[in-house]
Structure formats: C-alpha cells, structure tokens
Design a protein around this ligand. Structure first.
Ligand SMILES: O=C(CO)[C@H](O)[C@H](O)COP(=O)(O)O
Length: 221
C-alpha cells in the first residue's frame, strides 16, 4: 500500500457518528473517501461537504451522504491533502486547482486534519509553485503585479487548454524561490484586485497525519 493511502486510511478513525465532515480534494483524499465509503456502508452516520466537483462526484459514487452550507451550522472536522507542509503546519495547497473551495470548507471546520506522504514535508514552503486563483478578466495585469513579488507566474493549462477552476476562474502557478513568511505573502497577494485566493493556508491545520515508509506519524501544533 502506498504511503498516501496509509495516511488517508489512518485519518478515517477521527470521523465519528453524527459528524459533518469537510471532504478535501486530491489523490490522497480519494483514498480517504474510499475508506469512508466503506465505513458508511457499515453504518457510520455522517454528512460530507465536498471541496470540489471531483470530490462531490466520487463521494456520491461511494454512497457518502452530502450536505451544503445552506443546511448546516458548523463543520466538525475537515480532512484534506496538501502539496507542502512546513514544521509549523503551514500549508501550500491547490495543486489540483481546488484551493478556493478547500479554503472555505477547511476554515469553517472546528478541526482540520491534513493527510500526506512524507515527501510533502518541507523546512520552508515554496519549492512547489504556489497556485493563485485569479479572475480571468485582465489576468495578464494581475500576473504582472504578482511577478513583482519575486516569482515567475505561469497560466495553468490542462490538455492544451487554459485550466478553469470549479469557480470559473484561472490558476496562476507562481514559482518563488522560498516562501519565508507565508502570512505576509498571502496578505500581499490577496490585496491585489484580480486575486481571488492563494494556495497558502497558514496556521489552519491542527494535525498532519503523515505516512513514511509504511508507518504513520502525527504532527500536531
Ligand atoms: O490542494 C489540493 C488540491 O487543490 C490537494 O489537496 C493537493 O494538491 C494534494 O494533492 P494529492 O493528494 O493528489 O497529492
């Protein structure tokens, strides 16, 4: 079993009867959904809030009951993946392009657990290009303003076409050398008019469940 799957399956034991659960996005989360689907078939009663159209589709296929923000007051727990995690549990996310919905759900949850293999742990964030969701109108200008913060932004494409997020926006993948201060960089980028959201999730995760060579490790605040 690969480490992503081991970490993902270990997270399911934190899901208890009656919980409203934020369902993240990505290949690690897909393993979590499959395990959760099994638990639901065995009688676990939960409702999930998906963070992407892809997650919503898979959850429905697996028989996981879903809800939405119009029907609930709180999210007990969100389980999500990440592209990078630092030792203070700051996250860089959005490799799959779902960062806006992920951030809305993850922020609303009482607890956020991140699941990952050990390759995602970095001493400093920024090796992975930072995904920034931007409004399509005038994205060329937004790109120039973002580049002035010391990165090389690239418009994300998929299958030879511009990638469109679930929210109808573009994603700019911004290669920084290192992101020494994720809080400040996030605030600076967020202040640009065309920026919808950045893939920096500082100080949000309460726990990271990692798998390294088949063994589970827990990083906590
Ligand atoms: O932020 C994300 C999607 O927007 C994912 O959680 C992140 O890209 C990790 O993906 P994977 O589990 O496939 O490595």
């Amino acid at each position: 079993m690969e480490d992503k799957q081991i970490a993902a399956e270990a997270s399911v034991k934190y899901i208890r009867d009656g919980m409203i659960v934020g369902l993240g996005s990505g290949s690690t989360v897909n393993y979590m959904l499959r395990k959760l689907g099994e638990r639901v078939q065995q009688g676990l009663q939960i409702k999930g809030i998906p963070t992407s159209v892809k997650t919503e589709k898979l959850a429905k296929e697996l028989g996981i009951p879903l809800t939405d923000f119009s029907k609930i007051q709180q999210i007990d727990l969100a389980i999500d993946g990440a592209d990078e995690v630092d030792s203070s549990l700051n996250l860089l996310k959005g490799g799959g392009g779902s960062l806006v919905r992920e951030k809305i759900v993850d922020q609303a949850a009482d607890e956020l657990i991140i699941i990952a293999d050990s390759s995602k742990v970095k001493s400093v964030l920024g090796n992975f290009p930072l995904p920034v969701e931007v409004v399509p109108f005038g994205y060329e200008k937004t790109m120039e303003y973002i580049a002035a913060f010391g990165c090389t932004p690239e418009l994300r494409e998929k299958d030879g076409r511009v990638f469109i997020s679930d929210n109808g926006n573009y994603i700019l993948d911004c290669k920084f050398d290192l992101i020494e201060n994720p809080v400040t960089l996030h605030e600076q980028l967020k202040s640009l008019t065309g920026v919808v959201e950045t893939g920096l999730f500082p100080e949000m995760a309460s726990k990271v469940i990692l798998a390294r060579e088949g063994k589970v490790e827990i990083l906590s605040k």
